[in-house]
Design a protein around this ligand. Structure first.
Ligand code: BES
Ligand code: ZN
Ligand code: ZN
Length: 495
């Protein structure tokens, strides 16, 4: 899709589809919709009245112009109540706009920068949201489908910007929207790839040759040398060997901060000997969604150009119940020296992350972020659209939650109370890898905390929002690529 900014009077533009918008059931004077209505001799107002179209969020109305305008169709996008308006309303509306364009096979689309006139958000931010919504809605995963009749792309998208002073800002915003969508789609691809192909080494391969990034892949011998016993214990039940992936980005200018971002990279989670029931295994290729978010982010890092140094880390492994698999009851020694009694081999993510967190400390980072599809309990607590956040630095947690809200990726904080640490006490080792039946997300967070040392740290449990069973606004069924945009926003603020 080619994206450009259109300065000309939109009414004269020849295009397949022109998209304008309305709020709160009425056409504002001086709005694009008002001009279109006049050109169509009051047709819009008539249709709104007859068909009870009030421009609520989620509504979109298609009108054939019958030659009264140079464009073939006009669509009116409902943006709902101005008081409830935010960037996510724009993204969702842009997603609807894409679906409509697909229905009528509109290859060239001209659209208003929805919400740009309200003054609530900068025009550049609104343009970014329009492009994000359209580009993410256009995503398909069709690697294994021979002929995808269903696949449709808009060839040319023009964003209307009659104010010459705002053109640059809209262009920059639109470009950022394109870049972010690329990163999200990269993460979606990695999650959606079948787990027989997306093995630890497959993931390592996908992490190589990223623009502006140096990637190192460490194999089993190195992992042994580093004494990452907790990580190795998880990997030993699979014939697919583990791979520790390290990605490095250093900005040209002197960087102000060093950030480590760790992603859980279990390429398939069968549960190991604590085997999951078949239904629960069906989506377990998603257990590397944290890793996918790190790779997705690193794949666009050069374009994002943050002014901070970033280390991306993935302790990739497959959790399988092969003959060499670890048993419930095994004791492993983590890289930190702490011993862990593995009572449930399905609580494997925290074991791999424990060693990754210890290793991360070697970089002397200013802060560590980890993202992990860690607990089913997080879906019980927050449902499947909200991520859980835990950590040891309230300002850092607040910053991440804020970046998530701006990006349309909601995050909710859960506590890490010292009192619950008792649940992780083992009779024979320093720790056990599971807590009691309640508060499983929190006990998993407390387990990780044992390995963060003195570092500032935030843990994001993305078990819910990393996957969607059904299509949802601008997401297709499957991997969502969650957290790429939140992290990009967070890094931009650190720059
Ligand atoms: N990968 C799962 C968590 C998960 C569940 C992610 C559902 C996405 C959807 C994790 O490794 C796991 O199995 N956790 C266990 C922990 C338990 C054994 C303490 C869980 O949540 O049941
Ligand atoms: Zn598991
Ligand atoms: Zn898992």
């Amino acid at each position: 899709m080619k994206v450009k900014v259109e300065k000309k009077n939109f009414i004269g533009l020849k295009t397949d589809l022109l998209v304008v918008n309305i709020h709160d059931g009425k056409i504002d004077n001086h709005s694009f919709a008002h001009v279109v209505d006049k050109k169509l001799n009051g047709e819009l107002k008539k249709i709104f009245k007859n068909e009870k179209f009030t421009g609520q969020e989620g509504e979109i109305k298609l009108i054939h112009t019958q030659g009264k305008l140079p464009c073939t169709y006009v669509a009116i996008l409902g943006l709902g109540d101005k008081k409830k308006f935010n960037l996510e309303v724009i993204r969702k509306g842009a997603g609807q706009l894409f679906k409509l364009a697909k229905q009528i096979n509109a290859k060239s689309v001209v659209t208003a920068v929805h919400g740009g006139h309200l003054g609530l958000f900068k025009k550049g931010e609104c343009a970014q949201a329009v492009v994000e919504g359209i580009s993410l809605a256009a995503y398909d995963y069709f690697r294994y489908v021979k002929k995808s009749k269903d696949h449709f792309q808009i060839s040319e998208l023009s964003l209307l910007c009659p104010d010459p002073k705002k053109v640059k800002e809209v262009e920059v915003g639109a470009k950022r929207g394109e870049v972010l969508a690329k990163g999200v789609c990269c993460a979606r691809d990695l999650v959606n790839e079948a787990p027989n192909h997306m093995t630890p080494l497959g993931l390592a391969k996908a992490s190589q040759n990223l623009k502006g990034v140096t990637t190192k892949v460490y194999k089993q011998d190195w992992i042994k040398k580093m004494k990452m016993g907790a990580y190795l214990g998880v990997a030993q039940g699979s014939i697919n060997p583990p791979a520790f992936i390290e990605m490095h980005y250093k900005p040209k200018a002197n960087s102000k901060k060093k950030i480590v971002i760790i992603g859980k990279g279990i390429t398939f989670d069968s549960g190991g000997l604590s085997l999951k029931p078949p239904k629960f295994q069906e989506t377990m290729k998603d257990d590397m969604a944290g890793a996918a978010a790190v790779v997705g982010l690193m794949s666009i890092i050069k374009d994002l150009n943050p002014k901070v140094e970033i280390w991306g880390m993935i302790a990739a492994a497959e959790n399988m119940p092969g003959g060499k698999a670890q048993r419930p009851g095994d004791v492993v020694t983590s890289m930190s020296g702490k011993t862990i009694e593995v009572l449930n081999t399905d609580a494997e993510g925290r074991l791999t992350l424990a060693d990754a967190l210890t290793y991360a400390d070697k970089k002397k980072p200013d802060l560590i972020i980890d993202m992990a599809t860690l607990t089913g309990a997080c879906m019980v607590a927050l449902g499947n659209r909200i991520a859980g956040a835990m950590g040891n630095d309230q300002d850092l947690i607040d910053d991440i939650i804020d970046a998530g809200n701006k990006s349309g990726e909601p995050i909710w904080q859960l506590p890490l109370p010292d009192e619950y640490k008792a649940e992780l006490k083992s009779h024979i080792a320093d720790l056990r890898n599971i807590g009691g039946p309640y508060g499983g997300t929190i006990t998993a967070g407390l387990f990780l905390q044992e390995f963060v040392g003195k570092n500032k740290w935030v843990h994001l449990d993305i078990a819910g929002p990393s996957w969607t069973e059904k299509p949802h606004s601008y997401e297709k069924a499957g991997g969502t690529g969650v957290m790429v945009r939140t992290l990009a926003e967070f890094l931009a603020r650190k720059s």
